[in-house]
Design a protein around this ligand. Sequence first.
Ligand code: AHG
Ligand code: MN
Ligand code: MN
Length: 345
Amino acid sequence: MYNSIETHARITTIEGHILDQQHYYPEATGVLTNLLYDIALAGKVIASNTIRAGLAEILGRTGDTNVQGEQVMKLDRLADMTMRRMNDHTGRLAVMASEENPEPMPIPKDYPIGKYVMLFDPLDGSSNVDFNIPIGTIFAIYRRITPEESGPGTLADCLQPGRKLVTSGYILYGSSTMLVYATNKGVHGFTLDPSVGEFLLSHPNIQIPERATYMSANMGYERYWSRGVQEYTSYLQGSHNGPKHLSLRYIGSLVADFHRNLLSGGVFYYPADHKDPNKPHGKLRLTYEAAPLAFIAEQAGGYASNGVKNILDIQPDELHQRTPLYIGNRDLVEKAEEFIRRYDS
Ligand code: AHG
Ligand code: MN
Ligand code: MN
């Protein structure tokens, strides 16, 4: 069993890493550090529940459906509650919003109100929970834009374009538990060392490899995609003078599919499809799935689009609005936009 002291020349924890970066954010006054630390702590609690989910009677469904009309898994509920309770009293946030709650959750008046806003998908990939397939938590942090003297934050604070993100990241509960976060100074990955209970820097300055390895999409829905997306898919498989080397990997957990493509190069796409008339913009949500991951992708040298424009430039109208998502290597995402322009406009 390796000893984390021997294998890491320099042990860097999350807070140590942010403090190192602190000089980039003089105005952050350590609040950002504390906020990321709180999220990391929530991640450790959620991780400890996912690794023994089968034993602790927290698998399966709650029997409820959420605002998305989707089955709420017990772990969805537990992750949502953990993220909220770790962050609602710390004085760092003015308001929170989650996939699992129809409305934003303003910080109650009897708690100190901070200057940041956090949106999150507490458990991404829930349909995989019962099958021991990696799942994740996604978070997005903005500065509040409503005046501090107006009290708790509001929906307006939550509806900001991804371009305004201060930081975003995800926690991936996989064969190991990783936390990856981005600021405008780069993308960094930390691996949880269970023996010391800390996330230690394992992937500094992540940049998406120039050459893609994977394409990731739910090919089962191909017949519901537009002509442009179908032609794009055959491009990725070598037609239209496309790449001849891509492997298909798609496990139905956005965080896991995104993370694999971030480290190995690749493109993930969840197009608009006409399989479900009340989901004409596909399944993924803009504010707590597409935008935070788009910020990470762009900081890692990649790109994310809704098929027409940069995800980060989309002004959200609603908290749970959906968007098509094409994310990963810039050249492959721009190719998707090209095929959609050529065949669908
Ligand atoms: P969530 O569990 O938060 O609802 O997200 C699930 C998403 C995403 O993780 C994944 O990429 C996608 O659902 C898979 O959808 P399909 O099963 O329709 O491919
Ligand atoms: Mn999700
Ligand atoms: Mn979710």
